[in-house]
Design a binder for this molecule. Structure first.
Ligand code: KMH
Ligand code: ZN
Length: 278
């Protein structure tokens, strides 16, 4: 059984509105403060979406570079930029995220209905993201919204080779309306499908909304890692809004300790994920 737990915090996302959720970190100062707090309570990776001056999602490369630099300066967290962006972002802008040179970036493994929208990820686009990350030494986190996305990942690795560093890490994003449900059964189905991927492949899981806790418990018991944050849930318990991302990370860290799987340090996360040293 895996010893320590990698905890990724996804503090902002592209969907939650600041006007409705004032605790959402949207400015660079808010993001850096959140990152520092989350690191101190057990996060080792931060999955980053940024906002513009009006708190709207943006993929502006200048802002992304500034964000990567500020997070590196203030924390030791592994910075993982989202190439998923918002459902409205064009492929060109999503590819350009890599120009901000993060240590990690997300790479979604297929198209999925996303509430009333469609999160489009064409095969050729996935190949482009994967190969550009290989060339630049950026480690991908393959985002899996549905079981078929794991078959797509198997095909990708067979045809185009292992990612930078040689280690494969996937994240099950569960409970999106249109994707796989946030249930133990769905998580177990995904874990079974990992046998078709390279030996040593690791996984984390996150459950959207009310599936946060069942997915957290299922992932820990299956030897997986965790992602939590206000990108994925804004309700801490029934009728109780999330106060901060650190509140969610602290809960995940406490549950991980209870499971005898204490949180990893960022250095341990870099080692597990085989992030090339810079
Ligand atoms: N905002 C979603 C449409 C990712 O960050 O890579 C996509 C998403 C996945 O959040
Ligand atoms: Zn995201």
């Amino acid at each position: 059984m895996t010893a320590a737990t990698l905890i990724t915090v996804a503090p902002t996302g592209a969907e939650v509105e600041k006007a409705k959720v004032p605790a959402l970190p949207v400015t660079l100062a808010e993001l850096v403060a959140t990152a520092t707090e989350c690191e101190s309570v057990g996060a080792s990776v931060i999955h980053v979406h940024i906002r513009d001056d009006e708190a709207r999602p943006t993929l502006d490369v200048g802002r992304l570079r500034e964000t990567v630099a500020a997070l590196r300066e203030a924390t030791d967290l592994v910075v993982q930029l989202s190439t998923g962006g918002a459902v409205t972002d064009p492929e060109s802008a999503r590819l350009a995220v890599l120009d901000a040179a993060p240590e990690m970036a997300s790479c979604t493994m297929g198209t999925v209905n996303f509430g009333d929208d469609v999160f489009l990820n064409r095969w050729e686009f996935i190949v482009e993201l994967h190969t550009r990350m290989q060339e630049r030494g950026i480690v991908p986190e393959y985002e899996i919204f549905d079981l078929g996305h794991l078959a797509a990942l198997e095909r990708l690795l067979d045809r185009y080779g292992l990612p930078a560093g040689g280690h494969v890490h996937v994240d099950f994003v569960m409970g999106v309306p249109g994707g796989m449900p946030g249930t133990t059964d769905a998580l177990v189905a995904c874990v079974h499908a990992l046998r078709n991927l390279p030996a040593g492949t690791t996984f984390s899981a996150t459950g959207i909304g009310r599936t946060t806790l069942p997915v957290m418990l299922a992932s820990l018991s299956a030897g997986g890692h965790l992602r939590v944050g206000m990108e994925d849930t804004i309700t801490y318990a029934k009728g109780q809004p999330v106060e901060s991302n650190a509140q969610l990370v602290a809960r995940a860290a406490a549950v991980a300790r209870l499971a005898q799987r204490p949180p990893m340090t960022p250095a341990q996360a870099r080692e597990m994920l085989a992030i090339p040293s810079r």
